[in-house]
Structure formats: structure tokens, C-alpha cells
Design a protein around this ligand. Structure first.
Ligand code: DPN
Ligand code: CA
Ligand code: ZN
Length: 322
């Protein structure tokens, strides 16, 4: 990990050097567009590190009856894996307990520092459905968030805003954990949250690249939509806006008047011919044929999609907390 980050730093320095001074041989340096330069500011997350977390979550499901569902032992075991890694890295973590036909927990992780009156939050749900291990839904978002949080720690990021990550419980029961969290906050705390960006299903095996639309959201969300969309564009990936509405954990934040955004690689919907033309994959097939099924296992992941989406997640954290 240390070696990997040293390399990231070196390549960033080399890139920055190339912009200013050209290469050592005196050849004309490739010039970076402002967007490309901004991407270079956030670390490239090695997808193998995200996959390693997914392998852990798969093993935890295997050892706990095949799932990580609310009210089942695999849920808490998966959350404890995430918490243990964050605690070791220097995050301040809390488990928020709630009950919903069984005990559930949210995991909240604060990165010390930054202006707490302007707190940027990033999160996704940590529970699976009872039918399977939930590796794409939502091991993918959980693992991407974890690896980006660990990279914040490794790089000793000192953002201007305060950074808070969240792994929600009982999303699959109807957004229970994230709703509990938002309703537990007094208005004075709500007012300190500058925004919330959600990552739910970011490695779909027949992927699409969707950015949460700001069309039906409060003022401020449009900036997140633009930041995320521009980031994919700079990577050569076309996106589509999507109205997620009440289908994921940003909803309680949006309802409380907090700007929200997110990315999504598709669930049970069918990929159209037009979408397959721009994204590859198989038209006429679901973005995730194993959605909410026993086959949502470690191999139910498109690795390039998980990689791009994890890198966009990192860039969102770096850019929106700056
Ligand atoms: N909320 C997701 C689930 O856990 O089933 C599905 C989903 C995510 C749908 C994002 C739309 C957008
Ligand atoms: Ca990467
Ligand atoms: Zn789900």
C-alpha cells in the first residue's frame, strides 16, 4: 500500500512537472486540460484493493449463511470489517443502533479536521438482501467508499471541509438506516451538512454510467451532478442522468434540504441498443442479471466499471471537500 501510494505521488509530481517544464529530453510535454489536471489531483484507486474488500465481504457472507442482510449475523460481521479497517487508519467511528424488526446499525466515520460547519458526506448501504451476498448491491459501493477513506488516511488529506463517510444499515428494508440517521439530527446539525453523495451499485456486470439527476432536487445538487458528469467525460466515459427518487439512501438527505448526488451502474433495468453502443456490454440484458439474487457474488462485477467508479468516487471526495 505504501509503495503504491508513493508511486501515485510520484506520477502526480511527474505529471505536474511535465506541465510546467516539459520532459527531461526536452520533447514537447503533453498538455493537460483543466479537467485532466483536476483528475490528476486525486489518487488513482487501484481496483485490486477494492476487489480485496469485496473478497472479504464474500467470505463474510459465506461464513454467515450466504448473506449480509439486516437482522442476520453477516450484516454486523461485514460492518465490523469496515469499522476495523477505518479505526486502524485513524478515523473516528460510531455505530448508530436502531431497531427495525431486529437490530440494525449505521457506521459513521469522521476524518478528524476540516470545518465541521461545512461537512461533506459520502455513503452507501452496507446490507445485502437475504437472498445472497450482495457483492454488487452494495458491496461495490461499500468497498469503494472504504478504499477511498483509507486513501484519505494514507495521504494525510487535510480538506478544508470536514469529511464524514457512512455505511447504512437496512437500506433494503426501505432506506431505514439513512432515514434514522437524518431524523436523529437536530436542525443545527442538518445545517452543517454541505452535501451527501451516494454510491449504491457501482460495479454492475453489464454496466451503465448513471449520474443522479438534480432535476428534482434542491439547489446545490446541480453542482454535484456537473462535477461527476465532467469527471466521467474527462475519462472518456459518457453518462446518462437518472432520477433515482426514493430508491436509495440520498433520499432522506434530499428531503431534509441537503444537496445530494451519486453514481450508479444499473440494476434490473434492461440495457438498450443505444446504451450498448456507447457503453459496450449486452443490449437486451439487465445491467445486473443477479440483482437481489444468490448469484450477486464476487464474480458479479465488471472490473473496469468498478475501477472507473472508484476513481470518480475518490475525485468527488478530493474535489468536494477542498
Ligand atoms: N437501492 C438499490 C438497491 O439496493 O436495491 C437499487 C438502486 C440503486 C436503484 C440506485 C436505483 C438507483
Ligand atoms: Ca483506478
Ligand atoms: Zn438492493
Amino acid at each position: 500500500m505504501r509503495l503504491r501510494l508513493a508511486l501515485v505521488t510520484l506520477s502526480t509530481v511527474a505529471l505536474a512537472g511535465a506541465v510546467t517544464y516539459g520532459t527531461a529530453s526536452g520533447a514537447q510535454a503533453p498538455s493537460l486540460s483543466p479537467k485532466q489536471a483536476r483528475i490528476a489531483a486525486a489518487p488513482d484507486i487501484p481496483v485490486a484493493d477494492v476487489q480485496a474488500h469485496l473478497a472479504q465481504l464474500q467470505g463474510i457472507a459465506d461464513a454467515n449463511g450466504g448473506n449480509r442482510a439486516h437482522g442476520r449475523p453477516g450484516f454486523r460481521a461485514g460492518l465490523d470489517y469496515v469499522k476495523g479497517a477505518l479505526d486502524a487508519a485513524g478515523f473516528t467511528t460510531q455505530l448508530q443502533e436502531f431497531s427495525a424488526g431486529g437490530t440494525g446499525w449505521n457506521l459513521i466515520a469522521d476524518w478528524p479536521g476540516g470545518d465541521e460547519n461545512q461537512t461533506m458526506m459520502f455513503g452507501g448501504h452496507a446490507d445485502s438482501v437475504p437472498a445472497g451476498p450482495g457483492i454488487n448491491d452494495n458491496g461495490s459501493g461499500s468497498a469503494g467508499l472504504l478504499e477511498v477513506a483509507l486513501t484519505v488516511a494514507e495521504t494525510h488529506l487535510q480538506p478544508a471541509k470536514h469529511l464524514r463517510f457512512a455505511w447504512w444499515g437496512a437500506e433494503e428494508l426501505g432506506l431505514v438506516g439513512s432515514s434514522e440517521y437524518v431524523s436523529s439530527l437536530p436542525q443545527t446539525e442538518i445545517d452543517k451538512i454541505a452535501g451527501y453523495v451516494n454510491f449504491d451499485m457501482i460495479g454492475s456486470p453489464n454496466p451503465g454510467y448513471f449520474v443522479y439527476s438534480s432535476a428534482d432536487q434542491p439547489e446545490g445538487s446541480a453542482a454535484f451532478e456537473k462535477m461527476l458528469t465532467d469527471d466521467y467525460t474527462a475519462r472518456g466515459i459518457q453518462t446518462e442522468p437518472i432520477t433515482v427518487g426514493g430508491r436509495s439512501d440520498h433520499a432522506a438527505f434530499a428531503d431534509a434540504g441537503i444537496p445530494t448526488g451519486g453514481t450508479f451502474s444499473g440494476a434490473e433495468e434492461i440495457k438498450t441498443d443505444e446504451q450498448a453502443a456507447k457503453w459496450g456490454g449486452t443490449a437486451g440484458q439487465a445491467f445486473d442479471e443477479c440483482y437481489h439474487s444468490a448469484c450477486d457474488t464476487a464474480d458479479n462485477i465488471d472490473v473496469p466499471a468498478l475501477d472507473a467508479n472508484s476513481d470518480v468516487l475518490a475525485d468527488a471526495v478530493w474535489t468536494l471537500s477542498a
